[in-house]
Ligand binder design. Structure first.
Ligand code: ZN
Ligand code: ZN
Length: 447
């Protein structure tokens, strides 16, 4: 950043700023040549009446006019302890570049002053003025904020929280007024009891379990109805889940992993039909910092309503208690054996082509999919070890079913639903919650 400091303090409130926040402005000057240099010159020459700001950014550079500790005239006395960044909107400049340059400047300021995302505000925040107007009109504020985050904050994954159909958007994206989230209805209209997964890793901050159907009163956050929870993410954002019966034992302070089963959709609260109401907050402590969840889905290439793609956790210790079905380990499977394997893989949803008993390329590829998903050596040969894992998986799924977990299919493949149910079972039974059916969990399941 270049410095072209204003030597006089007459255009400031005086004193030393606490640098408590950063305020984003746009110059609102579309004139040709109204770039950072032109604005820095205006300030240096004392040509700006009743206004001062710290830094001006355009598509090529950033110029500092005042030190961060100056209390500038940019957002009234309320904003006196805030660092002002002006983004140029000159017609001969590239706004998108200026936008990104400004975000980089703000990222440095945040690091220098130890400021979180919630400390970055719009001029609008202080005075209600429509500034920064270009960014506001384009709904790029959340994108801007994300660009100011430390890099490591983005090292997180997102999992689709609910399978079904997108039925209502956030109010900024075409949803009805006051709708602060995105609605996803279950695959079949009217279904309740469908699993809801944590979209991001985080910590449970609010939880509510006793809302009745049709209850229009607020529950865990103002204006939100029904059961559910709020989870804070490592980057300071929050996710809200409504019309959700939390899984037993889940409580405030619990850590959850992305993709962890956190509850089941229910009929609680104000709803015309069962759905998950999902919210994204840019600041988990501010219930009104909600933004269009679509932005998060898009950023993580997750389609709203897609089946949750959870990393399948391999079964820990494979010690089969019964002899594997007679299927030799290398190339010696009978045609009937191969047909049985093909049928089993097809039931798991793995494409192996025709179930003709011929151990061709498609079948080998299918066997590999199964092997990789369960931490086995992926040689494409359905041998004794692969069979043993398959058998054990079936027994685990059957045992879960006998314990009331009816949603996982007994297909020998420990997919997202099975793992989520194992976790839920572990949570309810005081076991270590990792989704792996290890010794203790299997013993508890009677295996
Ligand atoms: Zn402004
Ligand atoms: Zn909703």
């Amino acid at each position: 950043m270049r410095e072209q400091l204003v030597t006089s303090a007459t255009q400031t409130y005086g004193g030393v700023s606490r640098c408590a926040s950063i305020t984003i402005h746009e110059t609102a000057n579309p004139g040709i040549g109204a770039d950072a240099q032109a604005h820095a010159n205006l300030q240096a020459n004392g040509n700006v009446r009743q206004a001062s700001w710290h830094i001006t950014v355009d598509d090529a550079e950033a110029i500092r006019s005042y030190p961060d500790t100056a209390r500038c005239w940019h957002a009234g006395t309320k904003g006196a302890d805030s660092i002002a960044v002006e983004i140029c909107v000159n017609a001969d400049g590239d706004y998108d570049k200026a936008f990104k340059n400004a975000a980089a400047v703000v990222a440095d300021l945040r690091a220098a002053h130890g400021l979180g995302r919630s400390a970055v505000v719009q001029h609008n925040h202080w005075t209600g003025k429509n500034c920064p107007s270009t960014m506001r009109a384009a709904e790029r504020w959340q994108e801007f904020l994300k660009l100011t985050d430390p890099q490591e904050a983005h090292m997180q994954t997102m999992v689709s929280p609910f399978e079904g159909r997108l039925t209502a958007n956030h109010h900024t994206a075409g949803g009805y007024a006051g709708h602060r989230g995105m609605d996803i209805a279950p695959p079949k209209p009217g279904q309740t009891g469908c699993p809801v997964y944590a979209a991001f890793a985080g910590v449970v901050r609010r939880i509510y379990r006793t809302a009745a159907h049709g209850n229009r009163n607020s529950t865990w956050a103002p204006q939100r109805t029904g059961n559910g929870m709020l989870i804070s993410n490592p980057d300071g954002e929050g996710n809200g889940y409504n019309h959700v019966r939390p899984v037993g034992g889940l409580k405030v302070g619990d850590k959850v992993a992305a993709g962890e089963l956190i509850g089941y959709n229910d009929s609680s609260g104000n709803q015309s039909g069962p759905h998950l109401h999902f919210e994204m907050w840019s600041d988990w402590e501010d219930p009104f910092s909600d933004y269009n969840p679509r932005l998060a889905f898009d950023a993580h290439h997750v389609r709203p309503g897609s089946a949750p793609a959870i990393d399948v956790v391999p079964v820990a210790v494979i010690t089969p208690t019964t002899k594997p079905k007679p299927k030799p380990s290398t190339g010696g499977n009978t045609r009937a054996d191969n047909t049985a394997i093909q049928t089993a893989l097809t039931e798991m949803g793995i494409n192996v082509g025709r179930q003709d008993g011929v151990d061709g390329d498609l079948m080998k590829a299918g066997v590999k999919v199964f092997q990789r998903a369960h931490g086995l050596k992926d040689d494409g040969v359905w041998g004794a070890k692969t069979q043993a894992v398959f058998d054990l998986n079936e027994r685990i799924q059957k045992a879960l079913k006998s314990k009331g977990y009816t949603k996982q299919i007994v297909d020998g493949f420990l997919g997202a639903q099975s793992v989520a149910n194992i976790k839920d079972y572990q949570r309810r039974n005081g076991l270590f919650v990792d989704g792996i059916a290890g010794d203790k969990t299997r013993k508890s399941l009677g295996l």
